[in-house]
Design a protein around this ligand. Structure first.
Ligand code: BTN
Length: 227
């Protein structure tokens, strides 16, 4: 099993784990609290005590840059398997969010570093709402395992299960199977503010979302709402 470094407090475990790049070995850093937790698209990720905040530094030998989307996909699958092992019926909202009952329980932030046409390494940050209180302003959109299960979980046990699942060989199938987007009507919001409705039909082998109008969406800048 990979080495896991546990801290009481840090700005962001994603930044903390980058300090180990020179070592050239996979390692994980988790923290009880993050003071500068980061989400995708430059957003803040609230990281109060009681949640699981962990980042993995993972090196790759022959992962092509065009297949880099698989990193977040396989991470999402490992998170879903982990939450299900604790009785939480989690699903993946394309592309990097994990949802339960229409609310977000986990976010994933991957930062990939490329060398030529290959991925050299990736920093994979995972934040899961476990026993932490969900503050008033995000109550409608976020949920914790404590709310789902009606009891606290041992955060370390969740972390160990997550590490186990991340280290398993992953197939491509479960990412589509665990999706809570496919077959649903969604609202697509483009960076220029354009909005429209469509049905999510499939997730293509290249990671893009296929809509019933034939459009293929890339994850980068699109925001989707499930209706
Ligand atoms: C998102 O929802 O947009 C992604 C959130 C990712 C949060 C995790 S918590 C551990 C790691 N450290 C960070 O600063 N962010 C990730």
């Amino acid at each position: 099993m990979m080495k896991i470094i546990t801290l009481d407090k840090t700005t962001s475990t994603n930044d903390e784990v980058k300090k180990y790049v020179e070592d050239g070995q996979s390692v994980a850093v988790s923290a009880t609290v993050q003071t500068g937790g980061r989400g995708t698209k430059g957003r803040t990720f609230i990281s109060q005590e009681g949640g699981l905040y962990v980042s993995f530094l993972k090196f790759y030998n022959n992962l092509l840059a065009k297949d880099a989307h698989k990193i977040v996909e396989q991470t999402a699958v490992a998170v879903v398997k982990t939450l299900r092992a604790f009785g939480v019926d989690a699903r993946i909202k394309w592309v990097n969010d994990i949802y339960v009952n229409g609310k977000k329980i986990c976010g994933i932030l991957t930062e990939n570093v490329f060398e030529g046409e290959f991925v050299k390494y990736s920093v994979i940050g995972i934040g899961i709402n476990i026993n932490n209180e969900i503050s008033g302003d995000i109550k409608d959109i976020a949920i914790s395992t404590k709310q789902v299960l009606g009891k606290s979980l041992d955060i370390k046990a969740v972390l160990m299960t997550l590490v186990f699942n991340l280290e398993q060989k992953q197939e491509d199938g479960p990412y589509v199977r665990y999706s809570c987007v496919l077959g649903k009507k969604i609202k697509v919001v483009k960076p220029n503010g354009e909005e429209y409705f469509a049905k999510a039909k499939d997730i293509l082998p290249d990671g893009r979302l296929l809509l019933d109008n034939g459009e293929k969406l890339s994850a980068a800048e699109i925001k989707i709402n499930i209706l």
